[in-house]
Each structure stands twice: as structure tokens, then as C-alpha cells.
Design a protein around this ligand. Structure first.
Ligand SMILES: [Zn+2]
Length: 119
């Protein structure tokens, strides 16, 4: 189970945008591959997240005969490494570490700071 999911609010804890908060738009997953480039298992250390408003980059998109909808200088969020963000607890409104608990045979995440379950 992932500690950070799409739709969560996270705070940036490292890099040049420390303290910024935003919503996770996408979790970019990664796989470990064998020598035949087949997916073997999930590479949790290489996961990245796209956070709204964080790590904005500009790209100069060249027009190619009406196949591209966006041309010119386009601005978008580039993914940042998952270790550089921390989940913001919905109950205590602080970036906090996450634990897992199983209650009524359902696994869910909880905040290690205040103990509340994270929905
Ligand atoms: Zn909390």
C-alpha cells in the first residue's frame, strides 16, 4: 500500500521549494527490470510524484502540422522524488510520517503524529 496517493495534500520537505503545499496529481511508478527489460518488481525507491504548482518547468514545444494541441512555450509541473514530499495529515494539518493499521480486516493509513486515520 502506498503512503502517498493521488489526491493527497503533501508538503515539500527538500529542494528549493521547501514548505510549498499542493495536491498530488499523479504518482509516477517505477519498476525494476531484468536483463530482458521485463518488469520484475516495483521499484519503490524511484517513485515520483507530480504536485500541483510545485517544480514548474517551461518547455518550448515546436508545432508539428496540427498533431500537437499545445505549441509555443508551455508550462507544466515536472515530477519530483517521492522522498522529497511528506503527507499532510487532514486532522492535525502538519506534515507527518505515516503508519498502517488493520481494523475490521481493512488496511488503512494513519498519522503517526496524532494517531488519526487518513481518509
Ligand atoms: Zn495528524
Amino acid at each position: 500500500m502506498q503512503r502517498i496517493k493521488k489526491g493527497d495534500t503533501v508538503e515539500v520537505i527538500a529542494g528549493n521549494e521547501v514548505g510549498f503545499r499542493g495536491e498530488v496529481q499523479e504518482v509516477v511508478t517505477a519498476w525494476k527490470v531484468n536483463r530482458y527489460k521485463q518488469k520484475v518488481k516495483r521499484d519503490y525507491d524511484s517513485y515520483r510524484v507530480v504536485v500541483s504548482g510545485v517544480n514548474m518547468v517551461k518547455k518550448h514545444q515546436r508545432p508539428v502540422s496540427q498533431t500537437r494541441s499545445q505549441v509555443g512555450i508551455i508550462e507544466f509541473e515536472a515530477p519530483i522524488h517521492i522522498s522529497n514530499v511528506m503527507l499532510v495529515c487532514s486532522a492535525c494539518d502538519e506534515p507527518s510520517r505515516i503508519g498502517f493499521r488493520i481494523e475490521e480486516s481493512k488496511k488503512f493509513r494513519y498519522c503517526k503524529r496524532c494517531g488519526e486515520a487518513i481518509v
